[in-house]
Ligand binder design. Sequence first.
Ligand code: ADP
Length: 557
Amino acid sequence: MTTPLLGQMMDVPLNVSSLIAHAARYHGTTGIVSRRIEGDIHRYTYRECEQRSKQLAQALMRLGITAGERIGTLAWNGYRHLEAYFGVTGFGAVCHTINPRLFPEQIAFIVNDADDRYVLFDTTFAPLVAQLAPLCPNVRGWVALTDEAHLADCASIAAPVLCYETLVAAEDGAFDWPVLDERSASNLCYTSGTTGHPKGALYSHRSSVLHAFGASLPDAMGLSSRDSVLPVVPMFHVNAWGIPHAAPLSGAKLVLPGKDLDGKSLFELMEAERVTFSAGVPTVWMGLLNHVRQQGTRFHSLERTVIGGSACPPAMLRAFEDDYGVRVIHAWGMTEMSPLGTLASLNWEQSQRPREAQHALLQKQGRAMFGVDMKIVGPDGAELPWDGVAFGDLHVRGPWVIDRYFRHDESPLVNGWFPTGDVATIDPDGFLNITDRSKDVIKSGGEWISSIDIENIAVAHPAVAEAACIACAHPRWTERPLLVVVKRAGKTVTRDELLAFYEGKVAKWWIPDDVVFVDELPHTATGKLQKLKLREVFRNHVLPTALGGECGGLGGS
Ligand code: ADP
């Protein structure tokens, strides 16, 4: 074996601290604007953010925290939370963002499993922390992300409470970020654990920086120093899809919306801060679009938005693009993927196609970004063709894809690939189309029906606000689709009108067998439809077609 000829370039480790150091040095006066829990708007710069992040790092070291130890956060999108992203990771500790919308018992499990030493929290979560503290005896202290004047909010917590501003003010920030092994852990996020206990995805400095590079690319989020970026996706949900890392890498202005994520609050902040780019889940955009429609107004600076986390209904894509001139970038990913995997943007050739064909592509989840490799496989593990028709289990691999879960020895990988639990098609353009979570897919007579396709058609009906399609037991076909619908305020539609709406849009046997109207649908802590719960609620629902043994589409009503 001959010795390889090695390149002769510097071996500089990829460290998360380099992102804020770069922004502070080269975009030092660029703004970070936060709507604070205290109610006012806070403004400062990347330079001040780095300074205070260093003060936080010093404070944590003074508290005895060493590299590798975990520091939890229970916080909205705001500048203090951002400081934790850099202050915690910058000296080698691990920033563990926790979703406060989970049940307290689930959060306690996560804090204990992560073995968090301290937990930083916004005072809105003081009642939650009061519940958690007795369940998490190994947490040495709970750090309130506020000043002494607001500490009274935390009186009910029967455990040591420290004041963030006091801790930070005691330090001078005069130290250099240490150079860390790029493979060392930087951030920890737990999956929401719809089945079984939540599991931790432990990101490294290397994976986080590479993901930030990837996220910033023009066909991904396309961030630049000319952008004003408002992440609606919470910083406790898979690191706000990497925006807190990608924005300083690109030198983009950051606008952090705090706790008020209703349409009116978001719209006002977007307009006031001339936001050009945003990102969030479809439920949030539903609120924003409703507000803009009701007010008869327009976006004056917003150019584009990433929509992901669950399928973006085509009706929403069209509303943004056609009614408001805002480009939608539909994205797919997951906690185990840091989270970005694919994004839908048209290449030059695709952008020459007729508008309808463009829309058909844009409503899919898009192409893999550089760094992510994907394939779909059948039940025997054999790879399926990229013909846009064959459904299969989606497997991925890449430098920001999980290798194993935190504290779990067994590998989740199959032949070196991570099985996502999603079912998808890939078309000849290389565009991914998620048809379901594997556990949500509807198996009718041995064939699969995509619940997402059925839901997307339902929400295109003008009287439908939200829809969920779930499997319902059927004596002949094993499962048939049941559509559960929330009507738009003040609109009416009947079961039969809705079923007729499907004709010509899908194969006849995909048309749901029944429609049930409800006041609201259950959502998970990350804003996704909670289908497990819906299936429980409708477990004993008798489909009209079940009585006669027929189903609607296959020759029934
Ligand atoms: P959880 O909500 O369980 O914490 P994630 O936020 O990691 O987990 O969600 C990942 C899952 O969300 C994906 O595996 C997929 O099922 C779903 N998902 C994410 N983005 C999309 C999308 N654009 N379209 C359809 N499903 C999506």
